[in-house]
Design a protein around this ligand. Structure first.
Ligand code: GLN
Length: 306
């Protein structure tokens, strides 16, 4: 397996050349465009890795399923789905729409795109922004089994400085009454969430829990309820790769979430959790070589659910 993974990584690495680092968050330009790594954890507990699997990078949009999980845990499914929709938007992750003709705003905001994730940040319980974020970080630590996870403050500052588009989305949400908290506080939670620093192994562990009905590999403890992992996996399948979700479903066929830091969290239900890192992105903001690598892996191990 180790050799197979190494071979797939090396075959996929050339595709990094066709991608770009995320330049709109200046701090992310420091990443090495050629990097590509994978870590997987199988349901028998065996772990395999290859390439640049030990690099640290920021989670970016891969925080969205975690925010969704916490919003579900804190408020229940009914509350969440009354405020954010579950249909794929088919638009870029940071799209700003004219909602003036829209009948129900929630049908146009999905938890896997920025506007929906920002809305969900305000649903996390906590007396202030720090407690809300701390609870999200605690959940991330628990799901990944890694107590040492923290925030990359340079990336956080970089996001905050250049995050006017997200600020626009948050004000839009406030104007529609979807959020009632202070906009800067909500964005602070969101920007910090995106700046959580992780490795492929952390993503593989999170993917493992999602593939294993909410149970971790080490203690078999139920970290999140099965009904919520099912909910999140379904949303990942339909919207996790934004406006590339359909193509990804055909080529790879498993629930996954990408981030502009180059990470892809993937879930092969009942089989394995997979973490990918490859910061060269395609035009939709997904890891270009990471998708190639997942396609090869899925084909060779028959991971597609279709
Ligand atoms: N922090 C990024 C943003 O809000 C996350 C986007 C992404 O990873 N696709 O723009």
């Amino acid at each position: 397996m180790r050799e197979l993974l190494e071979k797939m990584v090396e075959e996929s690495r050339e595709f990094t050349q066709g991608g770009q680092l995320a330049s709109y968050i200046p701090e992310l330009l420091k990443y090495n465009k050629d990097d590509l790594g994978i870590y997987l954890i199988r349901n028998d507990g065996k772990e395999f890795y290859a390439g640049n699997f030990d690099k640290r990078f920021t989670i970016q949009s891969v925080c969205k399923p975690l925010i969704l999980l916490l919003a579900l845990i804190d408020n229940g499914e009914d509350y969440v789905t009354q405020r954010v929709g579950v249909e794929s938007t088919g638009k870029a992750f940071n799209a700003i729409m004219d909602f003036s003709q829209v009948e129900d705003l929630k049908d146009h905001i999905n938890p896997m795109v920025n506007i929906g994730a920002i809305a969900m940040c305000s649903m996390i319980e906590g007396k202030d922004k720090d407690e809300k974020f701390q609870r999200l970080l605690d959940l991330t630590k628990k799901l990944s089994g890694n107590e040492n996870i923290g925030v990359n403050m340079q990336v956080f500052e970089s996001e905050r400085k250049t995050g006017d588009r997200n600020r626009a989305l948050a004000y839009l949400l406030k104007s529609y009454g979807t959020i009632t908290d202070d906009v800067d506080d909500v964005l602070d939670v969101y920007f910090k969430a995106c700046s959580i620093e992780i490795t492929c192994k952390d993503l593989a562990n999170i993917g493992f829990v999602l593939s294993n009905n909410g149970r971790s590999k080490s203690s078999d403890e139920e970290i999140v309820s099965k009904k919520y992992t099912r909910f999140v996996n379904a949303i990942l399948m339909t919207c996790g790769m934004y406006d590339g979700a359909g193509d990804f479903a055909i080529r790879v066929g498993i629930p996954a979430k990408s981030g502009v830091g180059g990470g892809i969290l993937s879930v092969a239900p009942s089989i394995m959790g997979i973490g990918i890192y490859g910061p060269a992105l395609d035009s939709k903001g997904n890891s270009i070589a990471g998708i190639k690598l997942l396609e090869k892996l899925s084909n060779s191990l028959y991971l597609s659910v279709f």
